[in-house]
Write a protein that binds this ligand. Structure first.
Ligand code: GLC
Ligand code: GLC
Length: 810
């Protein structure tokens, strides 16, 4: 069952009912100011950091669901309704929500009045703009009474939901004309305030929530709205809000536009006030003046649309599969950009309080957006590397506002360091900018202790070498990619965090997954050394990789698949010998991606095992059979009920590893099949079961052993975005950046006859046509560049701002 449809021409998902199976959201933002907005206008705004600079309030996991947003109430005679259905929840005659790239348009219609709200965050200022278009569809004049509503958050989102003894007394506002200012704590240490403005004179306003709503009311029927008035309140303490009361008259057929501006301002200390307690409003007025007419606001909106067209223009493909095209060309790339901004910090599943930027997460996200925003990728790499420790280890997370490592979660996740190599290698292959390796980057943000980025990579590489276990496989530390495989945790105390507790540290528990990673990224490290003509270091790296491959061959193979790990006691994890969870997905994907077993048939064998034991209709589950009880020696993984999250859920993030592995083994049909099982566009018909948005990947889909297989959770902020884009664009379509050119080596479904791709790469545009006359999966039989046959699969770098024609025959 569907709740909307894709409008590919406009790059929108069009939601046709407000009652979706879960709130379906979008992101608006410019890199600094952000809003999350749901299809019923729920959500909130923040500046840079959803914890420390929360601008409007949101109530996570509250009832009713999706509580709080930026709302409008329209009174037309005796009917009060909201264009986004919520919060008034009056049944609408027509409803539509269009989530586009960087904007959302919500239209509601009631009693022959149409209201469309277009929300976006322009590049030029820190504000969300809402253009309200009102249209009288009747043949009688209408007078509408409109209330706007936002609720301010007292900045620190954690304090805001916990420290009531203080924050019920701190709230402060100022009111001037049609602008309502929120200035809580500005009198002391804050240098920022927010404001909500509308470009028309108001009949009244409210800033005191209790008076606006009525103490025991919810948002559905506020007192002010029901009483057709505003109380002109000035909030002192409690919960400040901003509500404009506006009257609009419309002749039959007439349309009018109002522009609302929700803005954020920072001021130098000396300029904060114009007089005692009166804030300096000039910067706010400067922002407002840019949007004081609908024409200006619409022009700004168009710039946002153009920006996204350009951002998506670097990779566009036409294949016989329309759904695949819309994922690759629109939604998957869009989601990659969103993960760049947010890592795992703010979504409808991530509260914006708990988690900052992940070291491993942000490095992986980069794989999906580096071709879109190479400059930002470079800065991101430097920021991440600056949190690395001298010994090559890493803080697991850092805060976006301060860019400092977050000691709450600590370190010792032993896969972390290697992801830095993955990111830097992808950046250099994309841009050719090898000079990034000379950048001086601190350790642990200590400017007195700097080294080149290349040295950081070496420390990453050596961190693995310096932490090997009894089988010469990498020690796992707290955990590897699988945060929940906690082999040194041994926790029997529910008040301990699985992630940060290490009750036993035997120096025995090893990860075959990290071994696979080390082989893959160790080889890339060696290649980087070769690029720098450091043959000595390249040779050393290759030797270490060969030894690791040896260790995997000797101790990492179970007979039909790769084992997952060795536990604290040196016992195998993910082996046929185990009582539960005999096979795990991660080492199968990563070892094959690293090339292990491709030559001797073990890759093919393990991929058969994955297909037999792990694949199901909803994707490939993480492990099988699921843990049915808590295993203290495995930690959090066995704490989840069967089929959910890391305990045998389809953890989508690692599905593309298997997809890539399948392409390396030449099975394009199966690679594509696996893609379609988790792809939101391909599973749109299952929206009711899935619950989450049919236009972006979710972190997890409940696996075959779950109570409710197929139900998804945690949409948007997941490494799935980057990895599926890599799998689809670089491995199925096969167009991948290499140090010395653009490799074209597709592995597609046999029935695809023709594919065309436009790829911008190193200042040139490649128009690639792939023809598949004999119905193959893989294998380039002829490659022409600008009409001339070349050997191999690597198309040269041109760097000439021109278009080049690439013709491939399989
Ligand atoms: C809060 C504190 C209390 C303190 C009082 C005055 O009530 O809990 O310990 O004495 O504020 O600052
Ligand atoms: C979450 C974490 C990620 C981890 C994954 C598997 O998505 O953000 O870092 O790799 O879970 O545990």
């Amino acid at each position: 069952m569907k709740f909307g449809y894709f409008d590919d021409k406009n790059r929108e998902y069009v939601i046709t009912t407000p009652q979706t199976p879960y709130p379906w959201i979008n992101y608006l933002g410019n890199g600094d100011f952000f809003s999350i907005i749901s299809n019923t206008s729920g959500g909130y705004s923040f500046y840079r950091d959803a914890r420390l600079r929360r601008i409007t309030r949101y109530r996570y996991n509250n009832i009713p669901l999706d509580s709080n947003g930026k709302y409008l109430y329209i009174r037309d005679e005796n009917t009060v309704w909201s264009p986004s259905w919520k919060p008034a929840k009056t049944p609408l005659d027509h409803y539509e929500c269009r989530h586009g790239l960087g904007y959302t348009k919500i239209t509601g219609e009631k009693n022959k009045c149409r209201a469309r709200v277009t929300c976006f965050v322009p590049d030029e200022v820190n504000a969300e703009i809402q253009i309200l278009n009102l249209e009288n569809l009747s043949d009688k004049p209408k007078t509408l009474k409109i209330h706007s509503f936002v609720e301010w958050c007292l900045w620190n989102a954690l304090e805001d939901t916990t420290n009531f003894q203080r924050n019920f007394s701190t709230g402060q506002v100022e009111i001037e004309g049609s602008t309502l200012y929120h200035k809580t704590e500005f009198r002391e240490r804050r240098n920022h305030y927010a404001f909500y403005h509308v470009n028309t004179p108001v009949k009244g306003f409210d800033t005191d929530r209790e008076k606006f709503l009525g103490l025991y009311n919810g948002l559905e029927a506020p007192d002010a709205v029901m009483n057709q008035t505003a109380y002109n309140t000035e909030a002192h303490g409690w919960s400040p809000v901003a509500s404009h009361f506006i009257e609009v008259s419309l002749k039959p057929g007439e349309q009018k536009q109002l522009v609302f501006v929700l803005g954020y301002v920072e001021l130098p200390d000396k300029d904060k006030f114009v007089s005692n307690q009166v804030i300096n409003k000039k910067p706010a007025k400067d922002i407002i003046s840019l949007f004081d007419t609908p024409e200006k606001a619409v022009a700004s909106f168009k710039r946002v649309v153009t920006k996204w067209t350009e951002l998506m223009g670097g990779y566009q493909a036409v294949t016989p599969d329309e759904k695949f095209n819309r994922m690759v060309n629109i939604w998957n790339q869009y989601q990659c950009v969103i993960t760049y901004y947010f890592s795992r910090s703010a979504s409808y599943f991530e509260s914006g309080i708990g988690r900052g930027m992940g070291f491993r997460d942000s490095n992986q996200d980069l794989l999906g957006f580096v071709h879109i925003m190479p400059q930002l990728a470079k800065q991101r790499i430097i920021d991440i590397a600056s949190t690395q420790f001298e010994d090559g280890g890493a803080y697991h997370q850092y805060q976006p506002l301060t860019k400092r490592g977050n000691s709450d979660v600590g370190g010792n996740f032993n896969d972390d360091p290697l992801w830095l190599i993955a990111a830097v290698s992808a950046y250099i292959k994309e841009t050719g900018d090898i000079s990034i390796l000379d950048e001086q980057v601190p350790f642990d943000n200590n400017e007195k202790n700097m080294a080149s980025l290349m040295e950081h990579l070496k420390r990453s590489f050596d961190h693995v070498i310096n932490n090997l276990g009894p089988h010469k496989l990498p020690l796992i530390g707290r955990a590897d990619w699988n945060d929940c495989l906690n082999l040194n945790c041994f926790s029997s105390n529910p008040d301990e965090s699985f992630q940060t507790t290490e009750n036993k540290s035997g120096g025995v528990a090893e990860s075959v997954f990290i071994a696979g990673m080390f082989i893959k990224y160790g080889l890339e490290y060696a290649e980087i050394c070769s690029q720098l003509k450091n043959t000595g270091e390249a040779a050393r790296a290759e030797k270490c990789v060969a030894e690791m491959t040896e260790a995997v061959n000797n101790h990492g193979w179970d007979g039909e698949w790769f084992i997952r790990a060795y536990d604290y006691f040196g016992k195998k994890v993910g082996s046929h010998e185990c009582e539960e969870s005999k096979i795990f997905i991660e080492p199968q994907g990563f070892c094959v991606m690293a090339g292990v077993g491709l030559a001797d048939g073990r890759a093919a064998k393990t991929l058969e095992s994955v297909n037999k034991y792990l694949a199901c209709d909803h994707g490939i589950v993480l492990n099988y059979p699921a843990f049915t009880r808590y295993h203290i020696e495995y930690g959090e993984i066995s704490s989840y009920p069967q089929g959910y999250k890391e305990n045998a859920g389809v953890f989508c993030h690692n599905n593309p590893w298997v997809i890539i592995a399948e392409t390396m083994n030449g099975n394009g049909n199966r690679a594509f099949d696996y893609f379609t099982r988790i792809s939101p566009a391909h599973t749109e018909e299952k929206s009711e079961l899935r619950k989450t948005e049919p236009y972006v990947f979710s972190q997890m889909i409940a696996g075959k052993e779950a109570y409710k297989p197929g139900e998804a959770k945690n949409s948007w902020l997941t490494g799935t975005a980057a990895w599926t884009f890599v799998a689809a664009s670089q491995h199925i379509l096969g167009v991948r950046p290499a140090f010395n050119g653009l490799q074209v080596d597709p592995c597609i479904p046999a029935e695809w006859k023709e594919v065309t791709i436009i790829r911008k790469f190193r200042k040139a545009t490649y128009h690639i046509t792939i023809k598949n006359p004999s119905g193959k999966n893989r294998g380039v039989s002829e490659l022409k560049v600008d009409g001339d046959i070349i050997s191999g699969t690597i198309v040269p770098i041109f760097n000439d701002n021109k278009i080049h024609k690439v013709e491939v025959i399989l």
